[in-house]
Design a binder for this molecule. Structure first.
Ligand SMILES: [Ca+2]
Ligand SMILES: [Ca+2]
Ligand SMILES: [Ca+2]
Length: 667
């Protein structure tokens, strides 16, 4: 596999990089080859691409001739000296009608000698009227430096007995600040309590359900890993079927836990982590979403179940082998496979580095095949969960420290995730700003212990014993992204449990507003990154809507309003916010709190209500529900009797955090 930087073609492309999609296919025939190329060529403007092949968008008529068995390759490319020609989406899509509507059937791959410059081949075939668009098979990057540090049990924490703990028996979970940050100074001198995904209390409601399938489009997931095997999606027909046979007829042979889109075709489709360049990236990402909770080994995860093997399921779409990929083509086919085989979330910790595409149209035109595949995945016709209107695509924002998200994450149809460290501050590597939607823990090596083996400010998850260990530390927006996917998966699970259904807009709105405010830390000061000091003001309001909080998402799905209170301080909550416009006619009767909620919130005393205001003092970080009851619409007479009042009760979720949010705390 050879990657090359674009040179001459990049110059040509500068002129056409922001044209509309429809214009790409409208070409004229009577032009010179160079100007034809200018009109037809799409590709990765400043990135890398794979030599020896081009993606072609052919006209409807020529596509039909190919589909009828005619040998059109010789006619089109005989003189150019091609070596291979086939459909880019070489497997049959389940929703063929939609795939055709999106023009996915018209994409082809032509191969030729790797010594032939791609630009020269492109120019040669651009004059053919049958060729509507030409795309370089561009190469996205994993959103991590792929450096892993093996977990060493000698690194100890000073766990405080009063701290909240993860309710599972997985021995490494005291190290998982990303799930439960106790503010331990061994993680980082600047660690902040609560700088996590807010999942500990959310687990009391759900820790995921197996009807939610998350497709991990990444390097291979080691499906035999003892902390992942129980969470893998299983294609039962293939598991119980014959080797070398497509037992379930989905056009993929032996896809028991997913498929290898890097090495396509036949038995090459088996997922393979035993290659020289492998880092464990995909296995690490998968473990953040759904390593098995409560199995007494290794780590816990966001949506890995409650200890009964009941977590969300992981589908492995291997699109990378080490750092190598099959380019746009492999990514596109993986997205279609995920849609066709039941995934409702695609977890994609890769993208084109920030700046490769400057605007949505640049991506849409230059990575047209992948854009169409994303449309296929997110089309309501392909939705794979009854609680959703459309599947959800979640991408890493990228790690170029740039003020723009990488693509595809930046597209409006995708959620782009930025990364923070155990101090709630942006990690120096993360992209931020334009196109970034939300933040999640991604780890920050630069604020941790100076000795690498003691540095536990990154994210601990499953790894490859073949490379650096069964459990490894890694960092990147690659690690932030699966936290978001895991929380989204919890949300879908909970919606399913409650029998609720949301529109695409409703669900995404809930996802992006279930956040803790992190802007308040970014007004002054800075943090170290490599040999630099980075100014926090740069990131103010630019990390997305805030830091994802699983409890808040589940509350929104329930429809239970939340009140933010500051841990350790008396907080006043105006109850009229929760009882609507008629609150003036309410007589509040009291507050009901069960013992578990009291313990979770560390309530110093029972909350009081006076003049429609709830006064509450929570001594701990935590989230729990209380019930406030009132007499509505009644007329109060003297002597404690009422006329015509109806007793009403409202649940309110109390979210106690070490800090108050900037907007006054109302969700
Ligand atoms: Ca199959
Ligand atoms: Ca089989
Ligand atoms: Ca475990």
């Amino acid at each position: 596999m050879i990657f090359r930087k674009l040179t001459m073609a990049a110059v040509i492309l500068a002129a056409v990089s922001c044209v509309k999609e429809s214009e790409v296919s409208s070409v004229t025939e009577n032009t010179s080859s160079a100007s034809c190329l200018m009109t037809k060529l799409t590709g990765n403007v400043s990135g890398e691409f794979i030599d020896g092949c081009l993606l072609l968008y052919l006209d409807e008529e020529t596509t039909a001739r190919y589909e009828n068995g005619e040998d059109i390759a010789d006619e089109l490319f005989g003189e150019a000296g091609y070596t291979g020609f086939e459909k880019a989406i070489s497997h049959k899509p389940k929703n063929e009608e939609l795939a055709r509507e999106l023009g996915l059937h018209r994409w082809f791959v032509v191969s030729f000698d790797e010594d032939t410059p791609v630009e020269a081949f492109a120019e040669f075939i651009a004059v053919r009227p049958e060729v509507c668009a030409i795309q370089f098979n561009s190469v996205p990057k994993l959103a991590s430096d792929c450096k892993s540090i093996p977990f060493r049990p000698q690194v100890r924490l000073s766990s405080s007995p009063t701290s909240r703990t993860i309710p599972f028996n997985d021995p490494m979970n005291p190290y998982q600040w990303n799930l439960n940050n106790t503010g331990d100074k061994n993680v980082a001198a600047t660690a902040r309590e609560g700088a996590d995904v807010g999942v500990v209390d959310a687990w009391k409601l759900t820790a995921g359900t197996p009807d939610v399938i998350v497709a991990v489009c990444d390097a291979p997931v080691k499906y035999t890993h003892p902390d992942l095997a129980g969470s893998m999606w299983v294609n039962e027909a293939e598991l119980n079927g014959a080797k070398g046979v497509d037992d379930d007829g989905n056009d993929y042979i032996d896809d028991i836990h997913g498929y290898n889109f890097y090495k396509r075709g036949g038995s090459n489709g088996s997922i393979n982590w035993e290659t020289e360049t492998e880092s464990g990236h995909g296995t690490h990402v998968a473990g953040i979403v759904a390593a098995v909770n409560g199995n007494g080994i290794g780590v816990s995860s966001v949506a890995g179940g409650s200890g009964k093997g009941d977590g969300v399921r992981l589908m492995c779409c291997q699109v990378f082998e080490g750092i190598y990929s099959d380019g746009d083509r492999g990514m596109s086919e993986a997205l279609m496979y995920a849609a066709d085989n039941g995934a409702c979330i695609v977890q994609c910790s890769y993208g084109y580095p920030a700046g490769t595409f400057e605007c949505d149209d640049a991506f849409i035109d230059n990575a047209s095949l992948e854009y169409r595949a994303l449309k296929y995945f997110t089309n309501p016709k392909n939705c794979n969960h009854p609680s959703l209107e459309a599947n959800i695509a979640i991408f890493a924002a990228g790690n170029e420290s740039a003020s723009i998200s990488g693509y595809p994450g930046a597209l409006p149809m995708c959620i782009s995730v930025t990364a923070f460290g155990p101090d709630f501050l942006p990690a120096g590597y993360t992209n931020y700003g334009r196109g970034c939607n939300i933040a999640a823990p991604g780890g920050d090596f630069w604020i941790g212990a100076p000795k690498e083996e003691d540095n536990i400010s990154q994210i601990l998850s499953t790894g490859l014993s073949e490379v650096s260990g069964d459990y490894i530390w890694m960092q990147g927006s690659s690690m932030a992204c699966p936290h978001m996917s895991g929380v989204a998966a919890l949300g879908v699970s909970y919606a399913g449990m409650l029998g609720k259904k949301f529109t695409d807009n409703e669900f995404k709105t809930m996802l992006l507003t279930s956040v803790n405010d992190i802007n308040q830390y970014m007004t002054e000061g800075g943090k170290s990154f490599k040999d630099m000091w980075i100014n926090m003001q740069t990131y103010h309001n630019r990390m997305g809507t805030g830091a994802i909080d699983a409890w808040k998402l589940l509350m929104q799905i329930e429809g239970t309003p939340s009140a933010m209170v500051q841990a350790g301080k008396k907080t006043q909550v105006d109850l009229s916010e929760y009882f609507g416009e008629g609150a003036a006619d309410l007589t509040y009767l009291g507050v009901e709190i069960d013992d578990e909620a009291k313990k979770t919130l560390g309530l110093a005393s029972n909350p009081k209500i006076a003049d429609g205001v709830l006064e509450i003092v929570c001594m701990k970080n935590g989230s729990a529900k209380i019930k406030v009851s009132a007499i509505a619409g009644g007329v109060q007479l003297g002597g404690g009797s009422n006329i015509g009042g109806t007793e009403i009760t409202r649940e309110i979720s109390i979210i106690s955090r070490g800090v108050y949010s900037e907007n006054g705390g109302w969700l």
